[in-house]
Ligand binder design. Sequence first.
Ligand code: AMP
Ligand code: MG
Length: 350
Amino acid sequence: MSYKQTVIRNVDKINKALPEESVLKEIGLWITQGRTVALPTETVYGLGASAVCTEAVRAIFEAKNRPPDNPLIAHIAERAQLDTLGVTWTKNMEQLMDAFWPGPLTLIFPLTEETPLSPLVTAGLSTVAVRIPEHEVAREVLKYAGVPVAAPSANRSGSPSPTTAEHVYNDLHGKIDAVIDGGPCGYGVESTVVDCTAEICWILRPGGVTKEQIEQVLGPGTVRYSQSAPAEEAPAAPGMKYRHYSPATSLYLMKGPEEIWQRKLQDLQQDGKKVAVLAVEENKTAWTQADAFLSLGSRRAPEETAAKLYAVLRELDTMEVDAAFCEVFSKEGIGTALMNRLEKAASSEQ
Ligand code: AMP
Ligand code: MG
């Protein structure tokens, strides 16, 4: 893969001053022309490229080193663009679009023969995942690009997703054409991926929109997590089989009584190992013996924990420690997405 001089463009999403509009227009055109551009969204930074251009989509997979059987989400600027994608949808999907678009909800759409999307976007499936992001910068770039934009998280495949432009640059500079710096992402976890093409509404990946919020729209008992259903019953997101979001440092989830983990900490330290603890602020005093403490925010604000999780996992890798213990969270609301990411980030041998 050839070296790319990665350009960084700063924008202030709050101040929609004209010079920034022209930056967004220029970057939008870069996408139309087939280049790869990382952009802020309300979930995490995405690596965008034209979803109708196979060469551009291939460049995404190459830059990230993403397995080719893991399909991408197509991002659009507005609902009317659905008519150009060659997709169909159900009444339930329409209700979810009304309620959550723009926002962190991705819907799976059946494709028709007429679709202009590159088959690389869908990894050859007969469906495509689509979302309209809420972030102003992302929406403006999508509008100027004028084409659907394939955009997975802008990180090296397998490592924690990027929630700042710096994270993107550290992972991908030299491999992509540009990064738009719009500050840190608000949600900090990826979108919820939902397959609502049949009777049951399946959550393929928990994320920014919660099961509880979806049930408020479609009714109680209508929504299920595909990962907790038997494989032959539930559809799946191909990407969820991969280990993801992982720091290089071995990460262990502190399931079970705290005493066990205090003892493990002592044992490791006696063997000359250094251990970091990732926990909520309220538990800081319990871990004064740890070699490092990384705060996951307050127990009372799980949204805050979600927003800082990936940055904390990245910070962990800058520390001189041999292992890390991480607090577990209750699987309610955004806690489901949080635990899903932590379980994938954690070392398997625990
Ligand atoms: P990412 O963009 O890296 O956050 O990942 C997108 C997620 O959506 C992955 O887990 C994909 O496997 C999943 N996905 C994308 N397209 C489809 C599809 N057509 N059907 C099911 N899952 C999909
Ligand atoms: Mg990703």
